[in-house]
Design a protein around this ligand. Sequence first.
Ligand code: SF4
Ligand code: SF4
Length: 121
Amino acid sequence: MDEATSGRLATLILNKICPVCVDRNVDGTCDKLAEGTCTLMKKLPAAAEAILQVKSDRMEPYIQAIRDNVCVTCERRYPDASCDWRDIDRCLLNSYLPLVVEAIEEFFEWEKRPVGPPVRA
Ligand code: SF4
Ligand code: SF4
C-alpha cells in the first residue's frame, strides 16, 4: 500500500472511528495517538490489506484475517497466539473491528469508482 493511500486511510479513521472512541480525551485529542500506542492506527495499512482479502456478511472471517495477517507479527502477541491487550479491550483494532471493516470497505469501493466525464447541465 503506498504512502498516499495510508495517509488517506488514517484520515478516514480520524473522521469515522476516533469521534466515537472511548479512549479519546474530552477535548478531542488522543494520548494514545500521540504516544503511538493506538494499535488501530499503528497496524492500519496491514489491517486494511487483511480486511480487503475478505468479503463476508459475518465478522468471523475478518477476525481470522486480522489474527493471521496482523496479530501474527504484533509485538503484543504471545507465542501461544493469545493477547492480553485483546482480552482487556486495549487493542483498538480489535475493539472497533466491525466499524473499521465497514469504513475500509466503503473507502475502497469509493476509491475504485469509475471517474466519468463531467456532467453538463
Ligand atoms: S485511541 Fe486510536 S481510535 Fe481512539 S481516538 Fe485515539 S487514535 Fe483514534
Ligand atoms: S489483538 Fe493483540 S496481537 Fe492482535 S493486533 Fe491487537 S494487540 Fe496485537
